[in-house]
Ligand binder design. Structure first.
Ligand code: ITT
Length: 188
């Protein structure tokens, strides 16, 4: 099985390759760029997948993700990309200074579309806590801030393989992979 992943983020490509290996899905990466409408992750993923499938005339997936912090009313959420490049991790830590409730979750939505079918979406969530200082140099973006539930290390301290066992992206891509197996077998 093969699928085209549309993203401009190399870290996501590496993570997805690792996850798809276990499902025998070969990933083709295209950095097409697609309009990221402002809205819920699911809307962004649906719109992006439909746009890219029609443009490339092939089945594609896109993935939209973000960090949602409960005490900040789920900020940065859908603004995660912009906030990472402006406030950065230090800015998030400042906002979290003296905040007791440190619960946060990473959410991921995979959108799959073909030029002929309506988009499908697959969700993945991992809960955890925002630590008090950045920890670790693995992963990317918010990873050094996020300690997944039941772990003593942040995503920034886990190897790619360890993050891939439990991450939001693992959960959404695994849901997609299981569904895709049936989808392709019905088509053949
Ligand atoms: P695309 O081209 O696939 O859209 P992107 O980097 O813009 O790549 P998203 O819009 O899905 O990705 O993600 C928004 C931001 O959320 C991303 O830029 C990171 O700052 C952050 N983020 C997403 N997944 C993450 C992860 O697994 N670990 C740490 N930060 C993550």
């Amino acid at each position: 099985m093969k699928v085209t992943f549309i993203t401009g983020n190399q870290h996501k490509v590496k993570e997805a390759q690792g996850i798809f290996q276990q499902f025998d899905i070969k990933l083709e990466h295209v950095d097409l760029g697609y309009p990221e409408i402002q809205g819920k992750l699911t809307d962004v993923a649906c719109y992006g997948a439909t746009y890219a499938a029609n443009k490339l005339k092939t089945p594609v997936i896109v993935e939209d993700a973000g960090l949602f912090i409960r005490a900040l009313e789920w900020f940065p959420g859908t603004y995660s990309s912009y906030v990472q490049s402006t406030l950065g991790n230090e800015g998030i830590l400042k906002l979290m200074k003296n905040v007791q409730d440190r619960y946060a979750e990473f959410r991921s939505v995979v959108g799959f579309a073909t030029p002929k079918t309506e988009p499908e979406i697959f969700l993945g969530v991992v809960g955890g806590h925002i630590v008090h200082h950045e920890k670790g140099k693995e992963g990317f973006a918010y990873d050094p801030l996020f300690k997944p539930e039941c772990y003593d290390q942040t995503f920034g301290e886990l190897t790619l393989e360890q993050k891939n066992e439990i991450s939001h992206r693992r959960r959404s891509l695994e849901r997609f992979a299981n569904w895709y197996r049936d989808f392709t077998s019905k088509k053949d």
